[in-house]
Ligand binder design. Structure first.
Ligand SMILES: [Zn+2]
Ligand SMILES: [Zn+2]
Length: 293
């Protein structure tokens, strides 16, 4: 029997219609539709299937660190270290130890809250054209489509934007102030903010692949754990804090962000993205067996 084989659609990645930064970097998916038509006029129904092509995620350039990324992370870390050193030196000269230590603890606690507020903001409002933080908003939306790619992103690639913000905000303070309390607070707060994307990435990793110290800190509740962060990727998409996650329970149970979203909606008429159809922007795409390797 004579059989003709034809493709209904051009064979091309379906990700072509998605902005580049939203795509799973090396996962090429081909939507192939073949209709097998016998020589007779009787038509068979079309059959579609998804084919996952072997990805090379670890080689994807959008996940690699550049020298610019590394320079900003180096500048951010140097700035944080200088602030920490000023806290120690200032405490030594003024014989103050408890107060800078308590200020440091306050910085750690409030950095978790700050990470939640900022994360909520970029997840829900603005877009890639928003000045200064447009690329972070775009990346945050991409993270909700393909959460697992964060585990393949190199450290400086993942943290350079926050490192740049920390350098610009904290360096003038390092130069202007010698107060050990100020630097006790600022150094810890800035350290946690600079590294919160790394803490976030660890919360997406499997325990067997994480350093034992990280797993221990997660288990103690000092760093964001996977079991806590998974709630952020499920309806109703709360739990925005990504340093220790200590604030998530308080903020979720008090419906703090939901109240803020309603307030903003009634005051300025802007809907947060979390109210939209979860299928459009918030659905987690599971890894294929190829990607899990
Ligand atoms: Zn998010
Ligand atoms: Zn996440």
């Amino acid at each position: 029997m004579a059989v003709t084989l034809q493709t209904k659609y051009p064979i091309s990645p379906i990700t072509n219609s998605i902005p580049r930064t939203h795509r799973p970097p090396s996962l090429l998916r081909l939507r192939v539709s073949c209709s097998v038509t016998p020589a007779t006029t009787k038509t068979q129904p079309n059959r579609e299937k998804l084919v996952a092509v072997n990805p090379h995620l670890t080689n994807d350039p959008t996940l690699q660190s550049t020298w610019t990324h590394r320079l900003w992370v180096s500048a951010g870390c140097t700035t944080v270290f200088a602030s920490f050193a000023k806290s120690i030196i200032g405490g030594f000269h003024s014989h103050l130890w408890l107060e800078p230590a308590l200020a440091g603890f306050a910085g750690y606690v409030l950095a978790d809250l700050g990470s939640g507020v900022y994360h909520w903001g970029i997840d829900n409002y603005g877009d890639e054209s928003t000045p200064l933080i447009g690329t972070q908003i775009e990346a945050a939306q991409g993270h909700h489509k393909w959460p697992w790619t964060i585990t393949r992103r190199q450290f400086a690639n993942n943290s350079h934007a926050l490192a740049r913000g920390i350098t610009i905000a904290v360096l003038p303070l390092v130069l202007a102030s010698k107060d050990p309390l100020v630097h006790g607070f600022v150094s810890t707060f800035a350290f946690c903010v600079l590294f919160c994307q790394q803490f976030h990435a660890w919360a997406h990793g499997s325990k067997s692949k994480l350093p034992p110290l990280v797993v221990a800190l997660q288990d103690m509740g000092l760093l964001l754990s996977r079991t806590q962060h998974v709630n952020h990727h499920r309806p109703p998409y709360n739990s925005y804090c990504i340093v220790s996650g200590a604030w998530n329970k308080v903020l979720d149970e008090s419906r703090f962000f939901e109240s803020l979203e309603k307030l903003l909606y009634f005051k300025i008429g802007v809907r947060p993205r979390s109210w939209s159809d979860p299928n459009s922007q918030w659905t987690e795409e599971t890894e294929t067996s190829n990607n899990l390797a």
